[in-house]
Design a protein around this ligand. Structure first.
Ligand code: ADP
Ligand code: MG
Length: 355
């Protein structure tokens, strides 16, 4: 990391809440609103008097672009300085996680409606097209965790899918053994992988919504940079400069990883009438979300900084270990429905996010 020394960030876990608008069917059904946002205070009131404060509160009126600029733009910048970052979308099924994260749209959306992933990828390619003295590589992987098992969404040939394993290399980087990593040259290539992978996620189950609401999906972009001192000097020199190159062909490398995580629905078991297999599934989901909550709350609490962070308790926290904590930046976007019909689940989600 020579030359670009990392500075320790004071706050590396942020929590935003996004309240989606009422959907047409909720309006038609005459649902009441059960959430109020107090303008300019980052406060939100659920029901009559349950107040919550977060790092950001995004109202039903906030656009995809506003959400991106406020919450994600700076994280993408930090990837180019060698940091890792993770954005989570948390919330009950139907609260707007997939809409916000911008992965796996089955129907095409307009550019205004693009969620976080396409905007981030665009910003990445814009950034790397500017600096010609650095050689960049962009790699993509797309993994799903279903019932605590990993599945590669980019490996479409189901006959020879290797089992995936999470390992830590000697530098403390998390690697997924067996996962396909695809090198991409353009925004279009990345987006087509996202689409193919999301389609694989859906068709893997009899009922698409059922499946996607019970699995976590993790779309990862790794940006590698390689440069030599000579490249950098040459790029700064004016064309008519006449000076000899100092012999300095030493290679410098730097990597930054960005995870975009669409979490399983946070709703509790009883609401969906879980029995048997379904129930086991929801136990897996809830233990994963619980473990994640424990890790994030330990990271966000200065008093717990020195104590043990429980990464090993679930697949998702093991997988994201090198991108949570340390110098990594973490953003949790808690999505909630404003409808009174979802009061209980919204309260639960806000309590979770508030930890
Ligand atoms: P989840 O992934 O949490 O299950 P979705 O992202 O699929 O939820 O959102 C459920 C529905 O609500 C979708 O039809 C989506 O288009 C709509 N929706 C969610 N958030 C917004 C928003 N901020 N603005 C407009 N529509 C939204
Ligand atoms: Mg979804």
């Amino acid at each position: 990391m020579e030359g670009k020394e990392k500075t320790m960030q004071e706050v590396n876990v942020r929590v935003a809440v996004r309240v989606r608008p009422m959907l047409p069917k909720e309006k038609v059904g005459g649902d009441d609103m059960c959430l109020k946002i107090i303008p300019t205070t980052k406060q939100l009131i659920l029901g009559k008097d349950r107040g919550f404060t977060f790092d950001e509160v995004l109202s039903p009126k906030s656009t995809q672009e506003e959400v991106y600029k406020l919450c994600v733009e700076n994280l993408v910048k930090s990837i180019f300085e060698g940091y890792n970052a993770t954005v989570f979308a948390y919330g009950q099924t139907g609260s707007g996680k997939t809409y916000t994260i911008g992965g796996g749209n089955i129907s095409p959306v307009t550019e205004d409606e693009d969620g976080i992933i396409p905007r981030a990828v665009r910003q990445m390619f814009d950034t790397l097209s500017i600096d010609k003295s650095v050689t960049y590589t962009v790699k993509v992987s797309y993994i799903e965790i279903y019932k605590e098992e990993l599945r590669d969404l980019l490996e479409l040939n189901s006959d020879n899918k290797p089992d995936l394993h999470v390992r830590e290399d000697d530098k403390g980087n998390t690697v997924i053994i067996g996962a396909r990593e695809v090198e991409c040259e353009s925004l279009d290539e990345v987006m087509s992988l996202l689409e193919t992978g999301s389609a694989a996620r859906h068709t893997g189950a009899t009922n698409m919504n059922e499946h996607s609401s019970r699995s976590h999906s993790i779309f990862t972009i790794t940006i590698g940079q390689t440069w030599t001192e000579n490249d950098v000097l040459a790029s700064k020199r004016k064309p008519d400069d006449d000076c000899d190159d100092v012999e300095n062909e030493m290679n410098h490398n730097m990597f930054g990883k960005f995870h975009f995580v669409d979490l399983a629905g946070s709703e509790r078991a009883h609401k969906t009438g879980n029995v048997g297999d379904r129930f086991k599934e929801s136990v897996h989901i809830n233990s994963g979300l619980l473990a994640l909550g424990n890790v994030i709350s330990a990271l966000g609490d200065p008093k717990k900084k020195s104590t043990h962070i429980p990464y090993r308790e679930s697949k998702i926290t093991r997988l994201l270990k090198d991108s949570l904590g340390g110098n990594a930046q973490t953003l949790m976007i808690c999505c909630v429905s404003p409808s009174a019909a979802n009061f209980d689940e919204s309260l639960n989600a806000l309590k979770y996010a508030n930890r």
